[in-house]
Design a protein around this ligand. Sequence first.
Ligand code: ARG
Length: 460
Amino acid sequence: SAQKTWGGRFRGKASNLMTRINASITFDKRLWRQDIEASKAHATMLRDQGIVGAEDADAILKGLEVIAEEFERDGVPERLELEDIHMTVEHRLTELIGPAAGRLHTARSRNDQVAIDFRMWVRSACDDAISNVRDLQRTLVELADKHAETVMPGFTHLQVAQPVTLGHHLLAYYEMLRRDLSRFKDARDRMNESPLGSAALAGTGFPLDREGTAKALGFDRPTANSLDSVSDRDFALDYLSAAAQCSLHLSRLAEELIIWASPQFGFLELADEFSTGSSIMPQKRNPDAAELVRGHSGRIMGCLTSLMVTMKGLPLAYSKDMQDDKEPVFEAADLLTISLQALGGMVETCEFVTERMRAATEQGFSTATDLADWLVREAGVPFREAHHITGAAVKLAEDRGCGLDQLPLEALKNIDPRIDERVFDVLSVDASVRSRTSYGGTAPDRVREQVAKAKADLGL
Ligand code: ARG
């Protein structure tokens, strides 16, 4: 029984409740691949260092491979009395090869074992995030290319502000995701040190080759302090913080899809594949997936908070509280993956209603700033005065129920005689976006320039 693993000094049996509160196998079984890989590296090193005889070490290595095949085929058995994935593997190894299995844990503790397994898992979660973020970026960039000239209202306070292009708007999210990528990469680089060989907390007297196991498992180097190695979970916090930040960006994009898909905006129609109906209101076409991306973001932030609070008061080195590190990370990783993928699917398949976008831009006096700028540039009017004159023009257009570019020249001249017919060159929304040529501006040429840069970065 499992009691044999650490039961030497005990006489009584564990309470059923003790077994249940202690067990992590129900969730840490997700670490089985990392656990076996790290054990293989450890066993190989023990053999090469002459710490374990070649015959036993080779039996261990073979046994671990058999276990990997079994788990791949049948899944990981969940026996609560075996506590966790580490003891589940070791227990099965003992069944397969007998007492030699007991040599695997030489110069190792579950404390450095879980530290290395979890680090490897989180490292690959970073890789997954990086690849999923890039997929979403690709989708955004392709669409930005297509819509480099599509006019839409740019908003502040959710009120029409100035005309922008849809391509420019989509590229704003590309930029946010670019920073998210760098956060995941940065987290990955920082966590890429191997804690294996730190043993329980103090290191070990056995002549380990920590450089060797670090290399074998794809780490840059071994960690430098054994106490830190078994106590540190900031690699997981770095991941969660990058995930939370990324999900925040996804939530904002999801929110915009929700607003844009509302019939009142009508800027886009979500594809059938990404819409849901109502069980009572037949007309409904709901953006549930986008709402769930927005909702998931809150949960991912909760996962970050959860692990921070778990860690903040712990003395060095290991405490069992740290077993609670895994569920928030698994939860966040699953939520982030589905959010990135579903959002990509929604954006890729939705139909942008470009006429509605244009109409909203034209109705909102979105070129008022262009009129004021024109007065400054062409008539030498101080900007504050130009702002005032333009305000009067907006008021007039509003009273007449027309756009700024539909006001007769006479009416404009009445407001300020310095206005002449050349003003109409800047009053259209197309002229407005064309004129925003500053670096990073919304002019179609600038957008295409950024699209080209993004495509090169993405290898498109
Ligand atoms: N299941 C444990 C965890 O996830 C493994 C480490 C246990 N170490 C110990 N000293 N009890 O944290």
